[in-house]
Design a protein around this ligand. Structure first.
Ligand SMILES: [Fe+2]
Length: 337
């Protein structure tokens, strides 16, 4: 760290023109949060490498990388959800990175062949205690039981978050059980899927549904909000860490990888390693109320502190990603759309 700091100050002492021209990094990111300025700014401070960022929707960025082909200026691609990272990987846009730092910092189950996870989020169950009992909603599997008929709300089954959950179900329970489960979820709908995860939490608070599935950061965002209407929602609902007695709560990730035609490979690897540093991990995770992927890094987040610890699924994220296509076929057959 000291060496890097010395180098950075030397570089800036030499003068910026030649150094900056040689040391640039181009990032295509489908993820944007408040803490990004510190996240990227500190990398430039430490390394002297200037970052150019293009932020857009996932599909737009992927299309851009494909159209640009071998001439693409992009070095790094950042996005959320294993299923989206898998989709990008299937398009062949990444190249593998061999880094002892990344192997030491990021747990094996959060690394795929061509990309790395940098934060984790949990897919939690949120329920209305006036409508369902806590013991009825402790597992994903229970949400498909006939006892919850007319109570369940989720966003679309074809959304990546639900497809990744389906992939985890397939890995743990098998394809047949997962198809039965998906049919059970559909049979238990309080309403046809609509809106995002936050809409499901609001619907549970409003009594439109007894129980819903949502990513943890949406729940934490409401908890941390100082808007009275958000606090009113949180006061009406309870959160469950699903499957604590079995395979653990389904975890998904934000992740990044180096692109196949990256013109600034060295800088790209440095950046991927920087993202795994204690400091960057804090910004990256806390910016979206997520948990750092690197063990032992703490974020000071009131909602996450309050939600506490839980048993997370340790299914390798690469295996999960590879099973998403099967989950889509199963959901299609079950009518979970
Ligand atoms: Fe999201």
């Amino acid at each position: 760290m000291i060496k890097k700091a010395v180098l950075a100050s030397l570089l800036s002492a030499i003068g910026s023109t030649t150094v900056v021209a040689a040391d640039e990094l181009n990032i295509y990111s489908a993820r944007h949060y408040q803490t990004d300025e510190q996240l990227y700014g500190n990398f430039t401070k430490q390394t002297g490498i200037k970052i150019n960022r293009i932020e857009a929707k996932e599909d737009e960025l992927l299309e851009r990388v494909r159209t640009e082909g071998a001439n693409s200026p992009a070095d790094i691609f950042i996005t959320v959800d294993a299923s989206r990272l898998a989709k990008a990987d299937e398009l062949g846009i990444f190249q593998p990175v061999k880094s002892a730092t990344l192997e030491a910092r990021i747990p094996a189950h959060l690394r795929a062949d061509n990309w790395f996870s940098y934060s984790t989020r949990a897919r939690i169950i949120v329920f209305n205690p006036e409508m369902v009992k806590a013991e009825q909603v402790q597992t994903y599997e229970q949400l498909a039981e006939p006892a919850l008929k007319g109570q369940v709300c989720t966003r679309s089954g074809s959304h990546p978050y639900n497809l990744s959950l389906g992939a985890a179900m397939i890995k743990h329970n098998g394809a047949e059980a997962t198809e039965k489960w998906a049919s059970g979820i559909v049979a238990n709908f309080a309403r046809a899927p609509k809106g995002g995860d936050t809409d499901q939490i609001r619907a549970v608070a409003a009594g439109e549904c007894g129980v819903a599935i949502a990513n943890s950061y949406y729940f934490a965002r409401l908890m941390n909000s100082n808007k009275p209407e958000d606090q009113a929602v949180i006061a009406k609902v309870k959160a469950v860490w699903p499957n604590q007695a079995t395979w653990g709560t389904h975890i998904n990730v934000s992740g990044a990888g180096m692109l196949k035609h990256a013109p600034n490979k060295e800088a790209a690897v440095k950046f991927l390693e920087y993202l795994a540093s204690d400091e960057a991990q804090t910004y990256f995770a806390n910016g979206n109320n997520e948990w750092p992927a690197v063990p032992g890094v703490k974020v000071d987040n009131a909602a996450l502190n309050k939600l506490g610890e839980f048993k997370a699924d340790t299914l390798p994220i690469g295996e999960l990603a590879a099973t998403v296509a099967e989950a889509q076929r199963i959901y299609d057959r079950a009518g979970y759309r």
